[in-house]
Design a protein around this ligand. Structure first.
Ligand code: PLP
Length: 401
């Protein structure tokens, strides 16, 4: 048999298909190790396993072979030495924040964040004596300017970010010396951008989204240096938000098609964004692949694909938003993203309904803001559905005049 190819010489799409199979024996597909525990051959083995960081054949909260296979695959794609999987994206993010910060420490985070991350920083961190400064992540130099030397332990960014697909300059973030830098890269996936290549210390994902990619696994992951991951592991084992082997197996199943999925979603999203921009019912479109995106040049520099998420504002505001999300049929009203089904959300009437207009504005959400996660349906069907629903809004508005 010829030698196996050197993985580092292969393209990411190819590596995504082959990664995480080191302990597969002759099985082609990922193996599900549903066991919670492992027989320990001797007392000496038990002693070693109970204290070894990342041991995957001792007790499944510590580690598990299926989960390890998923971790190895993500580490490979991110160009990381190591990775740790969690029960959810929030499990991963809370492990980073609470595992690396102590009372008296300071965090710099951007204002544009996933709502769960924002609540963790805004509500939970102060209870533990961890201070957080929020900055505008799109403003050059904002993160570095907010760092307090000797006190800031973590700089946390998300790019592209909820909800308006704002971007953070990864090279600028990676150049910050002192605190650890962390990027939530969920919207991009390693096929579109690799923060560690820019000098960022840790990359986190809600693998629930595009990495697993089928809306059937709740999963998170953190990747970075062996040293940082060992430190994180010490907290993660006590936190107990470990990934289930079944979800990790579905994560590995998802990774194999990540390349074709993201390419298709990006292509459809680009077409849709252009069509939305030309529609009279739409007042603004946000998509990193559009020349009108305020950071389009940065997107082109640091992203290989622009992803499947599109945000846009309906000229008709709250009422139009409510009617729009109830009148699409291919695009279904549901929270989440990155899966085969096109999903649509109207934050002002659903996830963020409790916010006042001022609070909504501060979160970058306008009454008519729609977030759309493009799925894998035929592009003509997605465009027909979305543009058809917009045409009906226009017709209703004309009737009302
Ligand atoms: C969904 C999401 C999370 C949280 O992940 P869960 O798997 O739902 O816990 C974090 N960050 C981003 C950007 C997300 O989209």
């Amino acid at each position: 048999m010829p030698d196996a190819p050197d993985p580092t010489e292969l393209h990411l799409e190819t590596r995504a298909i082959r990664a995480g199979r080191a302990d597969n024996d002759t099985a082609l597909a990922p193996i599900l190790w549903a066991t919670t525990t492992f027989v320990t051959p001797t007392v000496e083995d038990g002693r070693r396993m109970a204290t070894q960081v990342g041991e995957s054949r001792f007790y499944s909260r510590y580690g598990n072979p299926t989960v390890k296979a998923f971790e190895d695959a993500v580490a490979d794609l991110e160009g990381a030495e190591s990775a740790r999987a969690f029960a959810s994206g929030m499990g991963a993010i809370s492990a980073v924040v609470l595992g690396l910060c102590s009372a008296g420490d300071h965090i710099v985070a951007q204002r544009q964040l996933y709502a769960g991350t924002q609540l963790l920083l805004q509500a939970a961190c102060p209870r533990f004596g961890i201070e957080v400064t929020f900055v505008d992540g799109t403003e050059p130099g904002a993160f570095a300017a907010a760092v307090r030397p000797g006190r800031t332990v973590l700089v946390l960014a998300e790019t592209p970010a909820n909800p308006q697909l704002d971007l953070v300059d990864l090279a600028e973030l990676g150049a910050i010396a002192g605190p650890m830098t962390v990027v939530d890269s969920t919207f991009a996936t390693p096929l579109a951008q690799r923060p560690l290549e820019h000098g960022v210390d840790l990359v986190v994902h809600s693998a629930t989204k595009a990495l697993a990619g089928h809306n059937d696994a709740t999963l998170g992951v953190v990747a970075g240096s062996e040293e940082l991951l060992q430190w994180l592991w010490g907290f993660a084992v006590l936190q107990g938000a470990n990934a289930s082997p079944f979800d990790a197996m579905n994560g590995l199943r998802g990774l194999r098609t990540l390349g074709v999925r993201l390419e298709r979603q990006s292509a459809t999203a680009q077409r849709l964004a252009e069509a939305l921009e030309a529609h009279p019912a739409v007042s603004q479109v946000r998509y990193p692949g559009l020349p009108s995106h305020p950071q389009h040049e940065l997107a082109a520099r640091q992203m290989d694909l622009f992803g499947g998420l599109v945000a846009f504002d309906l000229a008709g505001g709250l009422d139009a938003g409510c009617r729009f999300v109830e009148s699409t049929t291919i695009a279904q009203l549901a929270t989440s993203l990155g899966g085969p089904e096109t999903l649509v959300t109207h934050p002002a009437s659903t996830t963020h309904v409790s916010l006042t207009p001022d609070e909504l504005a501060a979160a970058g959400i306008r009454p008519g803001t729609i977030r759309l996660s493009v799925g894998l349906e035929h592009a003509d069907d997605v465009l027909g559905d979305v543009i058809g629903a917009l045409d009906r809004l226009d017709a209703a508005a004309a009737d009302a005049d």
